[in-house]
Design a binder for this molecule. Structure first.
Ligand SMILES: Cc1cc2nc3c(=O)[nH]c(=O)nc-3n(C[C@H](O)[C@H](O)[C@H](O)COP(=O)(O)OP(=O)(O)OC[C@H]3O[C@@H](n4cnc5c(N)ncnc54)[C@H](O)[C@@H]3O)c2cc1C
Length: 393
C-alpha cells in the first residue's frame, strides 16, 4: 500500500468517527486551541447521529447524565449559532394517558420543582398538539431544558464549520485500522486505509462499531448493537408541535421518570394494557422537523449483528400508536429507516484507555445527542488529569 498520508502533518488530536461523538470532541479540542484531524470511513456522517430524533433530552436525565446533558445543551446552542444550523429551546412534552403516567409526572415535578417539570392539564396538552390529541389524554408535563436540532442537518453543518477552522482537517473515506504498538510519549502512529497518520492523542469515536476495531475493549464491556425502527411522515392535518413529545413508554426509559416509585406500577400497567408496544420495546415519541414533517419512533432490538430486514409489523405498531396519540388523521409515510446505536448493560457511556494516548469514547445508552458535548468536556478533563498524574510520577 502506498502511504498517501505520509506527508500529512502530525496533529495534537486525531479523532476517528465524524458522528456527533467525534465532532463534539473535535469542537472541544478546537476550543482548547489544539490541532485536530478527523477521519471517517464514509464521505459524510450517516450513522446514528443523522438517524435520530434530534432531541437533546435534558430534563429526563438524572445524576451525572443530567450534568453532562446540561453542558451539552449549551454546546448545541453555541455551535448552532456558529455553524448556522437549526436549534430550538423548545422544551419537551411528556403526555400522560393513564393515572399511573400522571403519578410519574407528579412525582418528578415534585422532586424537580414546577419550573423545571411543569404539570399541565389535558386541554393544555392539546394546545401543544395544535388542538389535536388522543381523547385518553389526562395531563402532561413541560420539560423545561430539552432542546431540538434537525439531525439531518446539524451534524453535517457542524462538520462543515469544523472544517473551516484553521487547525482542523478531515479525511473522509478513510478507515481506521488500529494503532502501532511503538507509540512514544508524544506520538501515536495510526494505521488507516490510506496509510499512517501520527498524532499526540487519538480518540476512537466509532459508535456501535467499537467491536470491529477494538473487540478487546468492546467484548468485556458487553458493547452491543441496538437497532431501532423509525419513520418520517407528513401529517394530514396542519400541525405545529414545538416540543419533543414523549409518552408513557418513554417514562420507563429515561432515568428521571424511571427512578420514580410510580414507574414500577406503570411498567406493569403498560405490560398489561399495551403489550404490542412492550413487545417491540417501544419508546413512542416524535419530533417535528422545520419542514413540518414528523420523525416517529421507535422500537428497540439488541443484537450483535443486526438483521437488515425491517419488520413491517413493528412500523405498523408504532405508526398506529402515533396516529392514536395525535388524533389528527392518517400520516403520509415518506421514509422508513433503521438506526443503530451502541448499547451495554454495564454503563451509559465509556471513556476507556486502549493504549497510551489512545482512548475509546462511546455512548452506550442511546443518548448521544443529549450528552455529546458534555461527554467531550469530560473526556478532555479526564485526559488532562491522567497526563498531570503521569507527569508527576
Ligand atoms: C433511531 C435513533 C434515535 C435516537 N434518538 C436520539 C435522541 O433523540 N436523542 C439522543 O440523545 N440520542 C438519540 N439517539 C442516540 C444517538 O443518535 C447516538 O448515541 C449518537 O448519534 C452516537 O453518535 P456516535 O458519533 O457515537 O456514532 P455514529 O453517529 O454512528 O458515528 C460513528 C462514526 O464512526 C465512523 N466509523 C466507524 N468505524 C470506523 C472506522 N473503522 N474508521 C473510520 N470511521 C469509522 C462511522 O462512519 C460513523 O460516521 C438515537 C439513536 C438512534 C439510532
Amino acid at each position: 500500500m502506498t502511504d498517501s498520508n505520509a506527508l500529512l502533518p502530525h496533529t495534537d488530536v486525531l479523532i476517528v468517527g465524524a458522528g456527533i461523538t467525534g465532532l463534539a470532541h473535535a469542537a472541544e479540542a478546537v476550543a482548547r486551541g489544539l490541532s485536530v484531524r478527523i477521519i471517517d470511513r464514509d464521505t459524510r456522517a450517516v450513522g446514528a447521529s443523522v438517524r435520530n430524533f434530534g432531541h437533546c433530552c435534558v430534563t429526563a436525565q438524572s445524576g451525572e447524565l443530567l450534568e453532562l446533558a446540561t453542558v451539552a445543551r449549551e454546546g448545541w446552542l453555541r455551535h448552532s449559532q456558529m455553524a448556522g444550523f437549526f436549534s430550538v429551546e423548545s422544551g419537551g412534552l411528556a403526555i400522560a394517558r393513564s393515572s399511573q403516567e400522571v403519578a410519574v409526572l407528579e412525582e418528578l415535578s415534585q422532586a424537580r420543582g414546577g419550573s423545571e417539570v411543569q404539570l399541565i392539564n389535558a386541554a393544555q396538552v392539546r394546545q401543544e398538539l395544535s388542538g389535536h390529541g388522543d381523547p385518553a389524554i389526562q395531563a402532561g408535563a413541560l420539560l423545561r431544558d430539552d432542546i431540538r436540532v434537525d439531525p439531518r442537518e446539524a451534524v453535517g453543518k457542524l462538520a462543515a464549520w469544523l472544517a473551516r477552522q484553521p487547525r482542523v482537517s478531515f479525511l473522509w473515506r478513510t478507515s481506521y485500522l488500529g494503532t502501532d504498538p511503538e507509540a512514544t510519549e508524544d506520538s501515536v502512529s495510526v494505521r488507516t486505509s490510506r496509510g499512517t497518520l501520527t498524532a499526540s492523542r487519538v480518540l476512537v469515536c466509532v459508535g456501535h462499531d467499537l467491536d470491529y476495531v477494538h473487540p478487546e475493549m468492546a467484548e468485556p464491556l458487553a458493547v452491543d448493537r441496538c437497532a431501532l425502527q423509525m419513520a418520517l411522515v407528513r401529517p394530514a392535518a396542519s400541525l405545529s408541535i414545538r416540543r419533543a413529545v414523549l409518552t408513557g413508554t418513554s417514562m420507563l426509559r429515561y432515568p428521571a421518570f424511571a427512578e420514580t416509585a410510580a414507574a414500577v406500577q406503570l411498567r406493569k400497567e403498560l405490560a398489561a394494557g399495551s403489550p404490542e408496544l412492550m413487545a417491540i420495546d417501544a419508546n413512542l415519541m416524535l419530533t417535528q422537523r422545520p419542514d413540518g414533517t414528523l420523525i416517529i419512533g421507535d422500537s428497540h432490538h439488541t443484537e450483535t449483528t443486526v438483521d437488515p430486514f425491517l419488520m413491517e409489523q413493528t412500523s405498523d405498531t408504532l405508526l398506529a400508536a402515533a396516529t392514536k396519540l395525535l388524533g389528527a388523521g392518517n400520516f403520509q409515510i415518506l421514509q422508513r429507516w433503521q438506526g443503530i446505536y451502541a448499547t451495554s448493560p454495564h454503563q451509559d457511556f465509556l471513556i476507556e484507555a486502549l493504549a497510551p494516548n489512545v482512548t475509546a469514547v462511546s455512548v452506550t445508552s442511546g443518548i448521544g445527542m443529549t450528552i455529546s458535548f458534555g461527554l467531550a468536556r469530560k473526556t478532555f478533563e479526564q485526559l488532562e488529569t491522567t497526563s498531570a498524574t503521569t507527569a508527576t510520577r
